[in-house]
Every structure is written in C-alpha cells, then in structure tokens.
Design a protein around this ligand. Structure first.
Ligand code: EPU
Length: 361
C-alpha cells in the first residue's frame, strides 16, 4: 500500500480547483481497501471516496483520507432471457465503458455517452441524459462498508434511486422532511461505503430511446427515423460537444443545479410571471422546470465571481475561467459564492430554491 502525503488534487477534480489531500491512497482492489482499513493510523480516520472528481467542489484541503478508486476490469458476467449482464470495475472511465459496451454488441447506454466521471460514481448520482437514467440499465453493485470492511451487494431497490439521487447521497439518520423520504434513506450510505464494481442489464431487444428535442433535431437533419445505437452515441457526443464545456479545457462539473420539480399550481404561478418558462409535465402530475432557463432568464449567462463563471452556452453549468495549471483558477469559495448568488436571484424572481448537484467538500 502506497500512502501519499500532500497530494495536489487539481488534476483529480474536473473543476480543476487547487487543493491538496493530506493523505491519499489508491485503491485498485478490495485487498487494497482492507489494507487501509486494517492500518493502525489510517483505519480509524474519516475517509473520502474519490472517483473521477467530476461532481465535487473542493472548498479547501481535504483532511479525511482520500481513497482514490482505480479498480479496473469489464466483462460479460451473465445473461438472462431479456438482457446481457455486464460488470465493470468502479475506477473505469464511464465514457470509455459506454464505448466498449457498444463495441462488444451490448447497446443500451449510448444516450449517456460522454458523461464525465467513473463507473463507480454513476449509481451515486444516478446519472442520466437524453431520456435514459442509470437506474434504467442497472442490475446490482458490490460495495464495502468502510467501518467494518464487509463486502455487500445492493440491487436497484436497495439503491433507492431518484432523480440524480441514491442511498449513497444520504446520511444514515434519514433526511428530514417527507416521512417517505426519511424511511427510504433510513440506511443512508453517505461516506460509509466504497463501490467496487457495478453490473448493468443491457436489453437484448434493444430499441432506441428517442423523444428528446436535441435527438429529434439530429434525426431530422440526417433524415433518419430509426437510428442505430452507434448513431445515437455519435449524436449525443456531438450535442454535448456543442453545448457543454470539455472539462479537459474548461473546468466544470456538468449541470451545477438540479432541474426543480414543482406542483401544477406552482407552475401556473410561474407561468403567470413569465409564460416562456421551459417546463415538462411528469407522469405523476408534477412539473419539472428547466433550471438552465430560470438562471438564463435572470441574466446570469457569462457572469462571473472572481474566476468562477456561468458558461456562455448553457447557464446550468458553472465553469472555472482560470488558466488551469498556474494555480490562478477559481477557488471553491468563488464557485459557491456564485452558486448562492444565482440561487438568491432565482428565488427572488420565481420563488424556487435551486438545489446544487455536486458534493461540496
Ligand atoms: N435553457 C435555456 N438557457 C440555458 C440553458 C437551457 O433557456 O442557458 C433551456 C433550453 O433551451 C432547453 C431547456 O432549458 O429548452 C433544457 O436544457 P437542456 O436540454 O440543455 O437540458 P438541461 O435540463 O439543462 C439536463 C441534465 C443534463 C443532461 C440533459 C440532457 C440536469 C440537471 N441536467 O440538462 O445532465 O445531459 O438534460 O438529458 O438534469 C448533468 O447532470 O451534469 C447533465 C449535464
């Protein structure tokens, strides 16, 4: 086990924020993790699990022991009547895994191409794009309890997936608020588990998931009514290239806020304030609002606080305008000051409190 001290984290978070880990250990296997947990110095210390660093805002040096997940491997592990079951190590890059599944002839993840981050982080956030969420393709995962070292397996129900949400985002005391939510997260696993590998059920009777405006536009452009998985993969890559900043060039953490859900009455009230509000009616009668539109209409596109800014082409994305390696980029404090200013102005105008997606460390 190699224990690294004072490790620069700038290259390990997609916002490219400058911060250090007091202690960092790379975890390439279950055995590596057991060694950390059995270590007399590291074992009792609090831990922070780091995947691709694509959904975090670092607001200072990280004091808990950083466990950088580098577990690799991807393979077909089984088959049911309806699906191929494919397993992937938590440290594998998500996009490369999606590409590999297509090359192997197991389509189903193509709408989620190019989402930054690792496979291990994908269930934590229940990542999603263009009409497909991770939970639609999830089979099960193996994880380790960081307090006991015990390995356990969770199915989809046990992961308690929600919109950009899972059991891994909630503390065990249960979230305050709705009783149902509190029960669902009574066994919350936030900071308590490290995901080793994830299994996906990829449908044998594959059908393209269409319906999103951006995808429909591509179909019209290419005069294609039934795209292949590979075409969808390529289109999603093109759409994301055009709309979202490439984290290798401009630091960011994808959508910074969740799209808020409101009641039909609240939506009517917002439409009365501005009839142009972009909204989608959900099957359960609630309405999802486009947070990007709310932020954009408050005039935030292109604005900055220090080196933290609102992306010019998509107001839902906050970016680091700093040069990167010179250490002059945005601080986590600047990012969060900008985020709070956006929350305040959207709240004052529309009465909606936006919830941020990334984890603030
Ligand atoms: N809009 C504006 N101004 C903006 C941004 C958006 O008016 O500055 C409007 C757009 O015109 C569009 C609507 O808002 O009508 C929705 O925008 P878009 O289609 O870009 O999708 P989104 O709601 O902003 C969500 C996910 C993305 C995912 C896309 C496609 C969330 C928080 N974001 O974005 O996920 O890729 O849909 O499915 O749910 C992520 O989570 O990091 C992420 C990028």
């Amino acid at each position: 086990m190699l224990v690294e001290k004072n490790v620069a984290l700038q290259a390990f978070n997609t916002f490219h924020i400058v911060a250090k880990a007091h202690t960092l250990v790379r975890i390439a296997s279950y055995q590596d993790l057991l060694a950390v947990l059995a270590d007399p110095d590291l074992g009792p210390e609090p831990k922070f699990v780091l995947g691709g660093g694509s959904n975090i805002v670092l607001t200072g040096d990280v004091k808990p022991v950083v466990l950088k997940v580098e577990i690799s491997g991807r393979r077909l592990v089984g088959e049911t009547a309806k699906a191929y079951v494919v397993e992937c190590g938590a440290g594998e890059n998500w996009h490369e895994f999606v590409r590999w599944t297509l090359e192997q002839g197991y389509p189903g993840l193509e709408n989620m191409a190019m989402i930054p981050g690792t496979v291990g982080a994908s269930p934590v956030q229940n990542i999603g794009a263009y009409g497909v969420e991770l939970q639609d393709r999830f089979e099960s995962l193996d994880a380790v309890d960081l307090s006991t070292g015990r390995e356990f397996t969770l199915n989809a129900a046990q992961c308690a997936f929600g919109y950009r949400d899972s059991v891994f985002k909630h503390a065990s005391a249960g979230a305050p608020g709705k009783a149902e939510t509190a029960v669902r997260h009574a066994l919350g696993l936030k900071d308590r588990a490290l995901i080793l590998r994830v299994r996906f059920a990829l449908p044998k009777a594959w059908k393209p998931v269409l319906g999103y405006a951006d995808i429909e536009k591509k179909m019209a452009e290419h005069q294609c009514t039934r795209p292949t998985a590979r075409q969808l993969f390529d289109w999603v890559c093109e759409i994301r290239h055009a709309k979202l900043p490439d984290p290798a060039r401009i630091g960011n953490a994808g959508s910074f806020f969740k799209n808020p859900t409101v009641t039909s009455e609240q939506c009517a009230d917002i439409i009365a304030r501005d009839p142009r509000v972009v909204h989608y009616r959900m099957d359960d009668g609630s309405v999802k609002l486009a947070a990007g539109w709310l932020i954009d209409s408050c005039g935030w596109k292109g604005k900055s606080v220090g080196q933290a800014g609102v992306y010019e082409k998509q107001a839902l994305v906050l970016v680091n305008r700093g040069a990167g390696s010179d250490g002059n980029g945005a601080t986590g404090g600047e990012v969060m000051t900008l985020a709070r200013a956006i929350q305040t102005s959207v709240y004052e105008r529309f009465g909606i409190l936006l919830e941020h997606e990334p984890v603030v460390v």
